[in-house]
Design a protein around this ligand. Structure first.
Ligand code: DX5
Ligand code: ZN
Length: 221
């Protein structure tokens, strides 16, 4: 099944509750929450109080994408605040700490996920994949919504998908950045089953039809 994870970075923050309720009503599978600290990426977004508030108004699972330095410091707090899936960046700490953080996410009862920036090769994360419930392939440089999709990330996605299927790992494959009605099909064909979409979704004239159109890409799996 193709899952749609709208990124609330493109939502109307003054009307965040309205927008999130609408996303759930339109069939969103996850709510994608981008957390940025101004260090790992040159932008600052939201933290614990807002995440807790979102958690209080929706039953749709929260897919929390941490773009922060040394996320191991905050794993438990993000899960307590409502993260159902917690994604760390491979580049944000040492391999040892990243492994420890992934294990701690699962121990807290959430799903663990690892994100790769465009410059990070598939080979770098392979030893960590048995500890991941999801892998996030960035199709833009993390930091901002509304950027152009990088189609040259598709071979990396294919490589990770085929490694996981060979090893019989039960993993989801998410793409994030510039995903639209035009670019989603190649993601699905390369093995993605979770599509993050911000700018394209919130600009769509009808969000429910937009989500249905992306889910219909199941035909290309
Ligand atoms: C970028 C974020 C993305 C972004 C996606 O750093 O991780 O989730 O908001 O938005 P679009 O679909 O606009 O690229
Ligand atoms: Zn994201």
């Amino acid at each position: 099944m193709i899952k749609i994870a709208p990124s609330i970075l493109s939502a109307d923050f003054v009307n965040l509750e309205r927008d999130i309720r609408h996303l759930s009503a339109c069939g969103a599978d996850y709510i994608h929450v981008d957390v940025m600290d101004g260090l790992f990426v040159p932008n600052i977004t939201i933290g614990f109080p807002v995440l807790s508030a979102i958690n209080g108004i929706t039953d749709t699972p929260l897919d929390v994408h941490l773009m922060i330095d040394r996320p191991i410091r905050y794993v438990e707090r993000f899960v307590d605040a409502g993260a159902d899936i917690l994604t760390l960046h491979y580049e944000s700490d040492t391999d040892e700490n990243t492994l420890d953080a992934l294990k701690r996410i699962r121990n807290c009862g959430a799903k663990s996920a690892l994100a790769l920036k465009p410059g990070t090769p598939a080979e770098a994360v392979i030893p960590l994949l048995p500890y991941c419930d999801m892998v996030l392939i960035m199709t833009v440089e993390p930091g901002f919504g509304g950027q152009s999709f990088m189609a040259d990330m598709m071979p990396k996605l294919e490589k990770i998908c085929s490694w996981c299927s060979r090893e019989q790992l039960n993993c989801e494959f998410e793409v994030d950045g510039g995903v639209s009605e035009k670019t989603a099909r190649q993601c699905v064909q390369a093995g993605a089953n979770v599509l993050v979409t911000g700018n394209a979704l919130f600009r769509a004239p009808d969000i429910a039809s937009f989500i249905q159109a992306l889910k219909a890409l199941e035909a290309y799996v």
